[in-house]
Design a protein. Structure first.
Lengths: 345, 92
């Protein structure tokens, strides 16, 4: 006898009525949802082999226990397929990890999205896009998995925009912000292997993040050339005073140019670390750092991040076009760190 | 058709609140600073007002590790031992 689903039941006439009912209850992110029924919710739980009362995560600050049943209800509403559920569960574990620090990025005026970087076989199995139109529409897995996590934040954790989610601006990635690394074409060590997992494991890395910032360099045929442009764009971006994690997304053409110069991810991180420092004088002159400018401030520099390891380097994006992107993390690494979680099937 | 509710349905719990003092005269005040700009200055001023205008006996400040986390165990333990009332404020 399968365990009982304990969620409150609501009777509606038909599917159209159900969609409007979900809007009226305040359960939607602004787009229509798939009505969650006993059958569809059970299929989600079965796909992840989870009992409904299993605790996926606990948000200490809000004393909120996130059960598998509630994750499943929200995953159905987001439009996920049952096979997406293990990935949704792993991402929810990630944002409930104390290192991710839910209270900050979930609430802050800084308006963070949850950037999710998928690695390992699950990315191919679920057709998580790692190529053309990386951050854009067109792939069900990319759009629904991130949406499911945001609906859990809204409906289970109470992160309602304007109430407990106080983002001043927010950004479109708060609807869904899922990418995969292009491991098939990447010349580099995958992100999850760098972070201690085996290549044949599937993982999701969650990072509290601003929107993607695209940059352009069609002139350089060396790693130093491309990365100099990138570093110049990054230097005063996001939160130099907070020093958060940064994701750096290198697409096809830049990936080949950079690796052609013999640069691995470690060399990229070191180059970016050295070339994104800013003088205290400039930070004070531009009102990012408080205090009067002292003579020594002209040569005293502040790095963009605390350590080169705080840059997450990801090979992803279309093959054509001299574009790549960086994604500043939210706040500071002291308040929220990127967390990588294994996907369990 | 029947829909399942996606929102949190928490079990009811009761919390034992500390009794609220009726006056601040002679009370020891704990100020919990959240590390943001000017949070300390704001709380210092509040501490002064509580002493001069309301007769609190002292006001002592503790600093959280960062704005996004709760006051850590050491703060909680020390405040429990040394204070009667607490002001937790944010500066931003």
């Amino acid at each position: 006898m399968p365990a009982t689903l304990t969620s409150k039941r609501h009777k509606v006439d038909d599917v159209a009525d159900a969609i409007e009912f979900c809007f009226e209850q305040g359960w939607s992110d602004g787009l229509p949802v798939v009505p969650p029924t006993e059958k569809s919710v059970r299929a989600m739980l079965d796909a992840a082999r989870l009992e409904p009362d299993h605790q996926v995560g606990f948000i200490e600050h809000r004393a909120v226990s996130i059960t598998a049943e509630k994750v499943a209800v929200n995953a159905v509403m987001a439009g996920c397929k049952p096979q997406h559920m293990p990935l949704v569960v792993a991402a929810v574990k990630g944002i409930a990890d104390p290192r991710w620090g839910y209270h900050g990025p979930g609430t802050s005026t800084g308006g963070a999205g949850v950037l999710m970087i998928v690695n390992g076989p699950v990315a191919r199995e679920l057709d998580v896009n790692a190529g053309d139109n990386l951050f854009g529409p067109g792939w069900r897995a990319n759009l629904t998995i991130g949406r499911a996590v945001r609906l859990v934040m809204r409906n289970v954790c109470g992160s309602l925009p304007g109430l407990l989610d106080r983002g001043t601006l927010g950004h479109p990635g708060k609807l869904s912000y899922v990418i995969a690394e292009n491991e098939a074409e990447s010349p580099w060590t995958p992100l999850h292997v760098e972070r201690g997992f085996r290549a044949d494991q599937s993982t999701v890395t969650v990072m509290a993040a601003q929107g993607p910032h695209q940059f352009y360099n069609q002139l350089s045929n060396t790693a130093e050339g491309v990365l100099t442009t990138l570093a110049d764009d990054m230097r005063i971006s996001g939160g130099i005073m907070g020093q958060p994690n940064y994701a750096v997304i290198l697409a096809g053409e830049h990936m080949l140019t950079i690796s052609g110069s013999g640069f691995g991810k470690a060399e990229i991180r070191r180059f970016l670390f050295e070339n994104t420092k800013t003088s205290h004088a400039h930070l004070k002159r531009t009102h990012r750092m408080s205090g009067a400018i002292q003579p020594a401030d002209e040569t005293l520099t502040r790095p963009l991040v605390e350590s080169p390891d705080d840059f997450l380097i990801v090979a992803a994006g279309g093959r054509a076009g001299a574009f790549s992107a960086y994604v500043p993390g939210w706040g500071s690494k002291r308040s929220s760190q990127a967390v990588t979680v294994a996907v369990e099937k | 058709m029947e829909l399942l509710d996606p929102t949190l349905e928490a079990q009811a719990q009761s919390i034992a609140w500390a009794p609220r003092p009726t006056a601040l005269s002679g009370k020891r005040v704990a100020l919990i600073e959240n590390t943001k700009y000017n949070s300390d200055r704001l709380l210092e001023r509040i501490g002064e007002i509580l002493k001069t205008e309301y007769g609190a006996s002292e006001a002592r400040m503790w600093r959280k590790r960062n704005a996004s986390v709760p006051a850590h165990e050491q703060i909680i333990e020390e405040v429990k031992k040394t204070s009667d009332v607490m002001v937790a404020g944010i500066g931003d």
